[in-house]
Write a protein that binds this ligand. Structure first.
Ligand code: ZN
Length: 181
């Protein structure tokens, strides 16, 4: 079984949002095409989301590094790609005192994937050098074959993005393009 993992495609991470990834919205059509392709294959579609309480530890007001973003049940936290009804939504960093860049951290994602006998995970979304990277590294640690879809991820800074992709490759992830799928 294969899974498409869509990382943090939320309004606050898009241009105009609270913590925007430049051109983050440009990958929406590519991701929606991928969703259709994976749906046809009968693959599992997973979407992770930041799901922070209003007093989350990562916010500047609490001494954290980030402006307030992706607060639970607000517009900023909404997922901006069209998901199939049976998509699995993984909410992360949903407690005030816990940060999580990875979709595996503090969630049951690994258990869900293993239960469905998933072997290969294909990762897309934002931001490449933060939550995409952390999610991919954890997927590798859990023993999955990991593919990063290069034209369906977006980073905040191009040089950091390239560094992250290199690190992922060194750790065993394969960088592919959506045209190969
Ligand atoms: Zn966050």
């Amino acid at each position: 079984m294969e899974a498409l993992i869509i990382v943090d495609m939320q309004r606050d991470f898009m241009p105009g949002g609270a913590l925007p990834v430049p051109d983050g919205d440009k990958i929406i059509p590519t991701i929606e095409e991928l969703i259709e392709k994976f749906k046809k294959k009968g693959a599992l579609i997973v979407a992770t989301r930041d799901w922070h309480p209003p007093n989350h530890i990562s916010f500047k007001e609490q001494g954290g590094p980030w402006p307030k973003h992706c607060v639970q049940n607000t517009e900023g936290a909404e997922i901006v790609v069209k998901l199939p009804q049976n998509a699995i939504i993984i909410s992360k960093a949903d407690k005030p005192d816990k940060e999580a860049y990875s979709g595996f951290e503090g969630t049951n994602l690994a258990g869900i994937l293993k239960e469905k006998d998933v072997k290969k995970v294909y990762i897309c979304g934002v931001a490449t050098e933060y939550c995409v990277k952390a999610t991919a590294l954890d997927a590798l640690k859990h023993g999955f074959d990991v593919y990063i879809i290069r034209d369906a991820v977006k980073g905040i800074k191009p040089e950091d993005e390239e560094k992250a992709l290199k690190e992922l490759e060194e750790n065993g992830a394969k960088i592919i393009s959506s045209a190969e799928l």
